[in-house]
Design a protein around this ligand. Structure first.
Ligand code: SF4
Length: 446
C-alpha cells in the first residue's frame, strides 16, 4: 500500500532545509504522496527510509519498457485518471499483428509498407511502434524465424504471442536482444513463463478472463520477483473491454491496488471483423486507457487519425506545444523577400509555414514567443501586443538579412498595426490574411 503524507513525513529528516524546492519536509511529504514530487529531490533521505519510501514514490502504474535503443517505448507510468488533472505521460503503443506462418516475402513487403507510415506533424514524427507475432500452428522454428526477421530487418518492437513454452523459448532466443513483450502468462503456464521472463529480464503480459482473475496471477508473478508486467483482462467485447480498462485504472490510482498497477494490452484485432471498426475500438482504448493496442493491419487512412488522436491526448494540457522564437527561412528567401510575423504556438507555426511552403514564394517568417498561444488568444492576453511585436522585429536581426522594410502581421492581430508602426517608424506594416489558407494567394499578389 502507498504511504500517506504523514507516514512519509515521519521518515524524512525534518530539517526543513528547502533543498527539495519546497519550504518544509511536510510539504515535500505531501507532494510525494500525491505524486507531485520525486524522492530523489531530497538528498538527505537515509537508505533505510529510501527503501520504505520507494513504494510511496513509485508511480501507481508501473512504467514498463518495451524494445531497446532509439525505438524503446515506455507504456504505463500514468499518475492520473483524467488528463486535465495533470497530464498523461506515455503514449499508447500501437501495433499490428502477423501470423507466425507468414511467408518471408510477404512479411518483408508488410514491414516495408508499415515502415513507410511515418507522418510529420507539429514537429513530431508520428509512427506505429510494434509488431505482434502470433503463434498460429505451434511451429517453434517458424515463430522464431518470423520474430527474428522482424527484429533484424525493422525498427519495430515486438510482442511474442504464444502460450506454448517451447515456442516462446525459441522466440525469446531469436529476438530477446530487442526486449520483446512476452504474451501471455496464464493460470496454466504462469510458473514457466514467469521463470523465462525473469531469466531473460523481459516484460511479461498476463492474460486472465476477468480483472479479478488477473489479481492472483499478478501476485504470483510479482512474488517471483517480476516487476515489468502488462495486463490483459481477456475481454473482447467492446463495452466490457472499456469497463475493464477503467476498472484497472481506477483500482490502481484510487485504491492504490498494486496488483493491477501495470499498463494494459488490448486487442481491437480480436474484437471486430474489419479494420475500420478495429480502428474505432483502438481510438477508444487510446483515450481510455490502453497501454498497448494491437490492430490486425496498418492502413494510412485509419492509422493517421489514431496517431494524431494519440498525440493530442498525450500532450501536457498545461503546456502548449511551441516552436522556438526566431527567423525561419522558407523557400530560400533573399533580401527582397516578404517578411511575415506570427506567434510561436506550434500549430500556428506549422499551418502558416505549410501554406508558405505550398505557395513556393520565398519568405521570411518571424516567430515571436507568445507563450504558446495562437494569434487571437495571444493578442487578447497581451502576449502579441503591438509594441512587443515591433520591438521583436527590430531585435530579431531580420534587418540585416533583408532589405525589405515591410512586415506582414496576422489578420487577427489587425488592431496592433498602429503600435507596431510607432515602434517601427521606417517600416510599412501590412495586415495579412486572417486565415492561413489565404496566405498563398496573398503572397503571390505581392
Ligand atoms: S530536501 Fe529533504 S530534508 Fe530538506 S526540506 Fe526537503 S525533504 Fe526536508
Amino acid at each position: 500500500m502507498a504511504l500517506t503524507g504523514i507516514q512519509i513525513f515521519k521518515l524524512l529528516p525534518k530539517t526543513n532545509c528547502k533543498e527539495c524546492g519546497v519550504p518544509t519536509c511536510l510539504a515535500f511529504a505531501m507532494n510525494l504522496a500525491s505524486g507531485k514530487a520525486e524522492l530523489d529531490s531530497c538528498p538527505y533521505v537515509s537508505d533505510e527510509a529510501r527503501d520504505q519510501l520507494a513504494e510511496a514514490s513509485a508511480p501507481p502504474i508501473r512504467p514498463v519498457k518495451i524494445g531497446r535503443g532509439v525505438r524503446e517505448r515506455i507504456t504505463g507510468g500514468e499518475t492520473v485518471q483524467y488528463r486535465h488533472e495533470k497530464t498523461f505521460y506515455n503514449p499508447t503503443v500501437i501495433g499490428a499483428l502477423v501470423g507466425s506462418d507468414i511467408a518471408e516475402a510477404d512479411l518483408e513487403a508488410k514491414l516495408k509498407a508499415w515502415n513507410a507510415f511515418q507522418f510529420e506533424r507539429v514537429g513530431f514524427n508520428l509512427r506505429p511502434e510494434l509488431v505482434a507475432v502470433k503463434d498460429v500452428n505451434g511451429d517453434a522454428a517458424a515463430f522464431a524465424a518470423t520474430a527474428k526477421f522482424i527484429a533484424d530487418t525493422s525498427e519495430f518492437n515486438l510482442v511474442l504471442m504464444t502460450e506454448d513454452l517451447d515456442v516462446m523459448k525459441s522466440g525469446v532466443e531469436a529476438c530477446g536482444f530487442k526486449r520483446p513483450l512476452m504474451y501471455a502468462a496464464t493460470e496454466a503456464n504462469a510458473d514457466d513463463f514467469g521463470a523465462l521472463a525473469k531469466e531473460n529480464d523481459l516484460p511479461l503480459a498476463i492474460k486472465a478472463d476477468s480483472v479479478e482473475a488477473l489479481v492472483p496471477l499478478s501476485k504470483k508473478l510479482t512474488g517471483m520477483g517480476l516487476k515489468d508486467l502488462v495486463l490483459d483482462p481477456g475481454s473482447r467485447e467492446i463495452k466490457q473491454s472499456h469497463e475493464d480498462q477503467i476498472a484497472i485504472r481506477r483500482a490502481a490510482l484510487k485504491d492504490a491496488n498494486r496488483d493491477v498497477g501495470f499498463p494494459t494490452i488490448t486487442f481491437p484485432c480480436e474484437m471486430a471483423s474489419n479494420l475500420d471498426v478495429e480502428s474505432m475500438i483502438a481510438g477508444m482504448h487510446i483515450a481510455k486507457y490502453g497501454g498497448i493496442v494491437i490492430l490486425s493491419d496498418f492502413a494510412g487512412e485509419s492509422l493517421f487519425p489514431l496517431l494524431v488522436s494519440r498525440l493530442n491526448i498525450f500532450t501536457d494540457p498545461q503546456r502548449p506545444m511551441t516552436v522556438t522564437e526566431g527567423i525561419y527561412e522558407i523557400n530560400n528567401p533573399d533580401e527582397n523577400s516578404p517578411i511575415l510575423v506570427t506567434t510561436n504556438f506550434a500549430l500556428t507555426y506549422f499551418i502558416v509555414s505549410g501554406e508558405i511552403e505550398g505557395s513556393r514564394v520565398p519568405t521570411w517568417l518571424l516567430i515571436k514567443d507568445s507563450e504558446g498561444l495562437s494569434v487571437l488568444t495571444a493578442w487578447a492576453a497581451g502576449k502579441f501586443a503591438g509594441d512587443d511585436v515591433g520591438m521583436f522585429v527590430k531585435k530579431s536581426g531580420i534587418a540585416d538579412k533583408a532589405k525589405t522594410r515591410e512586415v506582414v502581421i496576422p489578420g487577427y492581430a489587425a488592431a496592433i498595426v498602429g503600435e507596431v508602426e510607432e515602434e517601427l517608424p521606417d517600416w510599412t506594416i501590412t495586415v495579412g490574411p486572417r486565415e492561413a489558407p489565404h496566405i498563398p494567394a496573398f503572397l503571390k499578389d505581392k
